[in-house]
Design a protein around this ligand. Structure first.
Ligand code: SF4
Ligand code: SF4
Length: 473
């Protein structure tokens, strides 16, 4: 039985509802009037139910598929403008008691494990800040002994305490294992941004198979964790699927049902969705997984998600290669990582600062530096944004969603993207990026629809050029 309000994951992620949805969707997709009705609804920016979204998975006509992609691009442009938010992962610890079959940090893999000391963490943060990053995601494996919550809390405190010539890390998002309401409350008190927990797969038999041992084996504990995070006061939570573990249609319907559950039970949906695809890692061969998603199907996933949850951020990591990554960004992605190192101490070790060689959790496919990434994004007509304003201004949870749904957020997003790009130009850019960025800022400034915001943005830009930092809307 499907009951989005239920707190029982076997009900709000009802297997029967997913299979029935996928069956019915095949029939409905054969009716052009029904497909048109769904596209017309999505064009109103009101989103789609999981049942409606599933119909679009079955679209095979190249013309209708192109309509889906065009609409996804239009929705993205309408809600997010041309800004793309930048972030970087920071791996704290690769100790892990779980045995996830797709992960380089699987407990059974023979590797030297480590976690950063607070001094090493400070060095990693210094390098990330010198690359221009203001928003990071902390990543850890699950190990209550070697990586207890107290260590994570201490690390957050260290990061927020660090100040450099050009500023500081302004937002620390967290990607750690499912935990208790009490622990989530402590993370909230530590002023984290978004708490993200990847479901990996919503298909329970597959979930149990790919998580054969360790606390992560408990499907219910894991699947209900976002609800506990919200009960602990964290109102920006992120969902994610690891595409390739099971059928992508099933996973996408499951993720939409999880989003509907959060909306029904807590009045606010997920802040972000992440859409990684399985990659090769230490002891893991991606080609051994039977449900790998083709590039064409993956484009469909991203576009349909954009239509279904227009106000939810969508995150793309460096798992996708340059070229294809651009195609996907255009279809609905709002946040990307750049210059990522996917291992503990990876930034310092890459710079040969005396750290030991690190074992990456997975092999990134996009090796561009942040500067190269910024140039490519600007060249494609986007404004890279280092904005962290909402979380710092208290615009989180339902307050954020209200602004997003009325379209008011677009005004501040655009202005904040321009301001943070100006900061980047002043503090980190080479001559080529400085020229490209200045032209983009001049162009995008005129595109701010609200005159008062535009005028204030002009004043802020002048103040940033004169040395002030962290001005925001
Ligand atoms: Fe551990 Fe996470 Fe890797 Fe699973 S996915 S083995 S929990 S680090
Ligand atoms: Fe994100 Fe808010 Fe900044 Fe827009 S204004 S980029 S929603 S933090």
């Amino acid at each position: 039985m499907y009951d989005p309000k239920s707190m029982d994951s076997n009900e709000f992620i009802s297997h029967d509802e997913i299979t029935e949805t996928l069956e019915q969707a095949k029939t409905e997709a054969e009716d052009p009037a029904r497909v048109k009705q769904i596209l017309d609804k999505a064009a109103q920016y009101h989103g789609l139910t999981h049942r409606e979204a599933a119909v679009l998975f079955n679209v095979t006509s190249p013309e209708i598929l192109e309509d889906v992609f065009t609409l996804a691009r239009k929705i993205k442009e309408h809600i997010y403008g041309r800004r793309i938010v930048m972030f970087a992962p920071l791996y704290l610890s690769d100790y892990c008691v779980n045995k996830c079959t797709y992960c380089g940090y699987n407990h059974d893999h023979c590797m030297t494990r480590r976690k950063l000391t607070q001094e090493e963490l400070a060095e990693e943060v210094r390098i990330l800040e010198s690359l221009g990053h203001k928003r990071i995601v902390l990543e850890t494996g699950e190990d209550p002994v070697n990586c207890p919550l107290e260590y994570v809390l201490e690390s957050i405190k260290t990061i927020y305490s660090l100040k450099f010539d050009n500023g500081a890390i302004r937002r620390v998002n967290i990607n750690i294992a499912a935990t208790t309401v009490e622990d989530y409350r402590k993370l909230k008190e530590a002023e984290i941004g978004t708490y993200t927990l990847f479901q990996e797969t919503y298909h329970k038999p597959t979930y149990l198979k790919v998580h054969p041992a360790g606390p992560k084996h408990n499907y219910e504990w894991h699947t209900e964790a976002h609800g506990r995070a919200m009960q602990g006061g964290i109102n920006d939570v992120g969902l994610g699927v690891l595409y390739g573990l099971y059928d992508w249609r099933y996973e996408t319907v499951g993720m939409l049902m999880a989003a509907e559950h959060l909306e029904a039970a807590f009045g606010v949906g997920p802040h972000t969705l992440s859409v990684p695809r399985i990659r090769t890692a230490e002891g893991v061969k991606a080609q051994n997984f039977p449900y790998l998603v083709s590039d064409d199907d993956f484009k469909k996933v991203v576009a349909v998600l954009r239509l279904a949850v227009p106000y939810t951020g969508m995150i793309l990591s460096t798992r996708e290669p340059k070229g294809y990554r651009e195609e996907i960004i255009a279809l609905g992605i709002s946040q990307v990582s750049a210059g990522s190192c996917t291992g503990v101490g990876g930034y310092a070790s890459t710079k040969k600062l005396g750290f030991e060689e690190h074992t990456p959790q997975f092999e990134p496919q996009d090796h561009r530096s942040p500067t190269e990434m910024l140039k490519d994004l600007i060249g494609d007509g986007y404004i890279p944004s280092y904005c962290t304003a909402c979380y710092r201004e208290g615009r989180t949870g339902d307050r954020f969603m209200r602004l997003a749904k009325t379209g008011q957020i677009g005004n501040v997003c655009q202005a904040n993207a321009i301001l943070t790009l100006q900061e980047y130009i002043e503090d980190y850019a080479d001559d080529e990026l400085r020229d490209m960025g200045s032209q983009a800022i001049a162009r995008e400034l005129t595109a701010i629809p609200n005159e008062k915001v535009r005028e204030k943005a002009e004043q802020y830009l002048e103040r940033i050029r004169n040395g002030e930092r962290d001005l925001r809307f």
